[in-house]
Write a protein that binds this ligand. Structure first.
Ligand SMILES: [Zn+2]
Length: 749
């Protein structure tokens, strides 16, 4: 090895580092010869005098590019150890293996110089302290970087040239395959064809990528695998939203070959790391676009239309596309008072409202910001829209369309004529040039210049012609327009017309709707801005509140006021006979009369005479049930009369009350409480005693009846037992003696 004399004992007593790297995993896998040669450097180090134990191999960077030190832990380790001065020599097959970036390499070489570290490659040994060696290594580094640059340039150039011919092949999206000659063709598998075609059809009808996903619910969608073991095989899976977006955005489906839709860009993060990002280029910056390169599923215009429609669907970019709901002005209605867009809200009963909610949320609402029933605005706008589409207006519009056609035809005719003239002049200049004697150089030169000028003018005119022809969108035919507009109203109201379609139709003519400030709450002022630039202003009555239009006839209320002696049911009959109805238009019943009397503060008829009480009053006074009182009346023990509403009126004086109390005391069935005292802490209920003793409640009731245990009645006739320890002991003794009592299993509490 050349320069072996530069190695001395200072180097040999430190370690030798062998740096092994391959740029990519493919190289590691396939280019084993190079890897083996790099590892063989370890033997070279031993041959040069290092002890085997002092030779270390750094191979952490196998499969990593040398473009930057980022992510190469091996290289960082190498630099770190050189810094520490523990390395006598760094071995690499060639300097370019160390780093493809001169900045990284220079840093390493500078550190090697400071720490007196040798660099050894296949050509020899370099001592960085020597200017010559430093220069040589620096040059080698620069050369290796340049080599990379030229290599990449050549590869990219060849790639770009192939792409410009439309011959650079890359993985095709599902629905396309390469044929045997390498041409792009539509996938011959008819299921794949149908599935892809249906994606575009579903987008045409649904109008959004989500609608396409919904249309494919329960249906499988084909996928072509690229690379790996499944390469080229057809697999099926669920169609996802991202896939739909990818298909709609891919120009391949329009038969167009595009190269360079994406490019990579290196970005520096705030922490200094460098990343490569894949960035999408805007359509106008695509480097290679070849239309009609292969057969497509849609045409280029469809592709552009789909793109525009997708963009208009992006709500987080501010778009407000038509949604499924029936409120027509959704997305295009603005509050004229505060200038903010109004939101659409659907109530649980299906009614919709436009609300100026953003201003309210931000505390920016003005005095005339309000919510309005959607139907109030929609009806007015629809009426105006259908008016605008009446036959006379359509006739006018059609006349205008003819005019536009005419003007357009004239403009393109003018451009055609200009091209013709330019071509004629160019040909004349050409003829003049050819007719000129070649020896007459001066004349020939000026004629040639003139010819060139004319040719440039011809190109210019040609360009202008294509521009006029492509700039204006195609107009629908007159017959088509007429057929569409003859029965607009029927089409509009047809049940088959979805709200979304109505909204789209509305938006084709109306740019936006504004709820103008209107201090009068009973009115709404609606501004309409048409796409033509014309504006309209409508004033409509707002829907009345339900309490306003569902009002009972005042005469009916007057009648009710006069007949305070009638029961609710009788008054209902009287009102119905007189031909009155409730506010909702239904006949009166006793409940309707009761609420009418309540609402209008009309006293119901007096039911009770002096000294009379109701069933509820008696029950409450005697602390017995309603049923008992009714039972007494039925038995004739209590005299009572039926009042207006079939209500019992009971004459209840002191004598009657006394009789009743005696009856209660005598009765075995009626539970009267001994006291109103609630359960004391030392007292247990029947079920509690049963639970403690693990016996049935019936046994406890039996004991109480036989006075085996003492008990008192509390509120609602409930038994309470003073369950002192001696009582409990007595009970347990009774159970033990008894032949009948078997402890019953108690539910776990
Ligand atoms: Zn507002």
């Amino acid at each position: 090895m050349r320069g072996g004399e530069k190695i001395d004992v200072r180097h040999l007593e430190r370690i030798a580092l062998i740096y092994v790297r391959q740029s990519s995993l493919a190289q590691v896998r396939d280019n084993t010869e190079s890897t083996a040669r790099q590892y063989a450097l370890a033997d070279e180090a031993v041959r040069l005098g290092w002890a085997r134990s002092a030779v270390e191999v750094i191979d952490a960077d196998l499969g990593l590019s040398g473009r930057s030190a980022d992510g190469r832990s091996g290289f960082k380790d190498l630099v770190g150890r050189v810094c520490l001065g523990e390395v006598g020599a760094v071995f690499g097959l060639e300097v370019s293996r160390l780093a493809r970036s001169s900045a990284d390499l220079s840093r390493l070489l500078e550190l090697a110089r400071l720490t007196d570290t040798l660099v050894v490659d296949s050509d020899g040994v370099y001592d960085l302290a020597s200017f010559n060696d430093r220069l040589l290594l620096g040059l080698k580094g620069t050369m290796s970087e340049a080599e990379l640059h030229f290599l990449a340039g050549r590869l990219q150039g060849a790639k770009r040239a192939a792409a410009e011919r439309g011959e650079l092949r890359f993985p095709l999206p599902v629905g396309f395959v390469y044929d045997d000659d390498g041409a792009t063709i539509i996938d011959p598998d008819s299921e794949v064809q149908a599935a892809v075609a249906d994606v575009f059809a579903a987008f045409r009808t649904g109008g959004s990528a989500y609608q396409v996903v919904a249309a494919f619910k329960g249906r499988r969608f084909p996928l072509r695998a690229y690379g790996g073991v499944w390469a080229g095989q057809l697999r099926f899976g669920r169609l996802t939203h991202a896939q739909v977006c990818g298909i709609l955005a891919n120009p391949t489906y329009a038969g167009t070959y595009v190269f360079g839709r994406y490019h990579s860009r290196r970005v520096v993060e705030p922490d200094g790391t460098v990343h490569t990002k894949i960035v999408e280029r805007p359509r106008e910056e695509w480097p290679v676009v070849i239309h009609d390169h292969h057969a497509g599923y849609i045409c280029w215009d469809d592709y552009l239309a789909n793109h525009a429609r997708l963009a208009a669907n992006t709500t987080n970019a501010g778009a407000r596309p038509p949604r499924e709901g029936h409120a027509l002005c959704q997305g295009i209605i603005t509050c004229g008072s505060c200038g903010r867009p109004m939101s659409t809200r659907y109530h649980r009963n299906g009614h919709a409202a436009y609300e100026c909610s953003a201003s309210r949320a931000d505390h920016m609402a003005t005095a005339t910001c309000r919510s309005i029933a959607a139907v109030t605005v929609d009806d007015a706008v629809t009426e105006r829209l259908l008016d605008a589409l009446n036959p006379e207006e359509v006739a006018l519009a059609l006349a205008a369309a003819d005019e536009v056609c005419d003007r357009r035809a004239r403009r393109s005719r003018a451009a055609e004529l200009a091209v013709e003239r330019a071509r004629y002049e160019a040909q004349r200049a050409e003829r003049a040039f050819h007719a000129c004697e070649p020896e007459n150089r001066l004349v020939a030169r000026s004629l040639e210049a003139r010819w060139e000028d004319k040719l440039a003018a011809l190109t210019e005119a040609d360009k202008a012609l294509t521009q006029t022809q492509t700039a204006a969108p195609a107009l629908p035919s007159r017959a088509e327009l007429e057929a569409l507009t003859t029965d607009m109203s029927a089409l509009w109201h047809a049940p088959t017309t979805a709200p979304r379609d109505r909204k789209r139709l509305l938006r084709t003519l109306i740019a936006d709707v504004t709820l103008l400030p209107e201090p009068d709450f009973t009115k709404a002022r609606i501004g309409i801005r048409w796409h033509t630039g014309a504006t309209d202003e409508l004033v409509v009555a707002r829907r009345l509140a339900v309490t306003t239009y569902r009002r009972t006839d005042p005469a009916a209320i007057e009648l009710a006021r006069r007949h305070t002696d009638l029961s609710n049911r009788d008054l209902a009959e009287r009102l119905n006979t007189a031909g009155y109805t409730t506010g909702a238009g239904r006949p009166f019943d006793k409940n309707a009369v009761a609420s009418l009397r309540h609402y209008h503060h009309i006293q119901p008829p007096r039911l009770l005479e002096d000294g009379e009480v109701t069933v509820a009053d008696v029950a409450r006074r005697l602390d017995i049930s309603h049923g008992t009182v009714i039972h007494w009346i039925a038995r004739g023990w209590l005299s009572a009369r039926r009042a207006l509403n079939d209500q019992w009126c009971i004459l209840f004086d002191a004598r009657v009350e006394d009789e009743c109390r005696q009856r209660v005391a005598r009765s075995a069935h009626i539970h009267t409480p001994d006291s109103t005292d609630t359960q004391a802490s030392h007292e247990l209920t029947v079920s509690e005693v049963a639970a403690v003793l693990a016996i049935s409640t019936n046994v406890v009731y039996y004991w109480i009846e036989r006075h085996h245990v003492d008990a008192r009645r509390g509120p609602h006739g409930r038994w309470f037992i003073d369950f002192a320890p001696d009582v409990e002991a007595a009970c347990r003794a009774r159970i033990a003696e008894s032949v009948h009592l078997k402890p019953v299993p108690q539910p776990q509490t």
